[in-house]
Design a protein around this ligand. Structure first.
Ligand SMILES: Cc1ncc(COP(=O)(O)O)c(C=O)c1O
Length: 405
């Protein structure tokens, strides 16, 4: 079969693949614990479900404007004013099938072949592939000091004549680190000065712990005109636990928003209307689910970090937000893919290799599951990795015997 060069250059999403692997093993009755997941366990807010069901009950589900239902745009306008203190209009907004499509639309709309897009490591797995899909070249900045926080100097040094955009995801998937207010302020100014786009992927910005709040990128914008090259990406997937509804949006200047809407109109004709109504329900409804999700996640994070700190040699950075932790396991095994495979084979724990996020030696562990799963998984991992562990471990009825290390 002959496939295009593009198709051959794109890798499968490793996180979605892991979901599949976990589901297959579970079906076979294996006692799998999935720490590779990227979605909260909680249910969608009731206002989202009711709003969606009300629309479905009419049976009248038709095409909507390609860039989003007016009702959803109105809800996004209100959300942007309330949470970003930024007044925008319908012309600034494109609603899409998930934040993933919003980012993809933006890249299609701004990149010419060989244009470069800069983002720090560790990065969300999809960024390199998305940049390549849009014909661009991913440029990765790895913080030299061994932390997860790049400096402005490190970003600035990578900006060249082909640079079109910087993507920032804070708090960050996979490491949970939230970049500092000063960093975001300086980055907004740097991108303005260099006249390049800044894509702020704020998908996790409400899921921040320890009483902290995420910096608001709009606060630092000096170019208040319609030419501003800031692109804010948001969505309902994570904060409202609505991953399956597939609704995200971008807020940007009207010219770019129009271009992104045009691109989308030829790809999907816009997101599914029942999902858009669900998002309207979530955005306009009772907001308490976000706070309770945050509290649950914060508690899970504390448990995970505490347990990980008891592993000899594992280096843990306490996540500021999200539902991911990205410990350094290189003291046990340098190659993260091998380590993830080992943990899956020996103790049936699914993790995501750090290599997929541009950092070897680490594993991404999600703490969005139940506290029991988190504790059990870490106990299994410790048993598998610590040479001083007892010889046996019981997983429900199953007796595991150590035949390694
Ligand atoms: C950093 C980041 N951006 C974007 C997305 C895409 O989100 P959505 O489900 O809204 O497409 C994800 C999902 O995992 C993510 O982690």
């Amino acid at each position: 079969m002959s496939l295009s060069q593009l198709a051959r250059s794109i890798k499968e999403s490793p996180t979605l693949k892991l979901n599949e692997t976990a589901a297959i093993l579970r079906e076979k009755g294996e006692p799998v614990i999935h720490l590779g997941g990227g979605e909260p366990k909680s249910k969608a807010p009731i206002d989202a479900v009711v709003n969606c069901a009300t629309q479905l009950n009419t049976g009248d589900i038709k095409y909507a404007p390609a860039d989003g239902l007016p009702a959803l745009k109105k809800a996004v306008i209100r959300y942007t004013e309330e949470h970003y203190n930024k007044l925008v209009g319908p012309d600034n907004i494109v609603c899409s099938s998930g934040a993933k499509q919003s980012i993809m639309n933006a890249l299609y709309a701004i990149l010419d072949p060989k244009d470069e897009v800069i983002f720090p490591a560790p990065y969300w797995v999809s960024y390199p592939e998305m940049v390549k899909l849009a014909g661009g070249v991913p440029i990765i900045v790895t913080p030299e000091d061994g932390t997860f926080h790049p400096t402005i100097k490190e970003i600035a040094e990578m900006i060249g004549s082909y640079t079109k955009a910087v993507i920032i995801n804070s708090p960050n998937n996979p490491c949970g680190v939230m970049y500092s207010r000063d960093f975001i302020a300086e980055l907004v100014q740097l991108c303005e000065k260099k006249s390049i786009y800044l894509i702020m992927d704020d998908l996790y910005n409400r899921l921040v712990f320890d009483g902290k709040t995420a910096p608001n990128c709009f606060e630092f914008v000096t170019d208040q005109t319609d030419r501003s090259k800031l692109i804010l990406v948001q969505g309902v997937s994570k904060m409202y636990a609505m991953t399956g509804f597939r609704i995200g949006w971008a807020v940007t200047n009207p010219e770019l928003a129009e271009a992104m809407g045009n691109i989308q109109s030829h790809q999907t004709s816009g997101p599914a209307t029942p999902s858009q109504w669900a998002a309207v329900g979530a955005l306009n409804g009772v907001q308490s689910s976000i706070e309770s999700l945050k509290l649950t996640l914060e508690n899970n994070r504390n448990v995970m970090v505490e347990r990980l700190q008891s592993f000899d040699g594992v280096k843990v950075t306490k996540p500021d937000g999200t539902f991911y932790c990205f410990p350094d396991f290189s003291a046990y095994m340098k190659e993260s893919q091998k380590l993830a495979q080992f943990l899956l084979e020996k103790v049936r724990v699914v993790t995501v290799p750090g290599k997929e996020f541009g950092m070897e030696g680490h594993l991404r562990l999600s703490f969005c599951g139940t506290i029991k799963d988190t504790m059990d998984a870490l106990e299994r991992m410790k048993w598998a990795l610590d040479p001083n562990s007892p010889n046996e471990l019981y997983l429900a009825e199953r007796r595991l015997v150590r035949d390694w290390l």
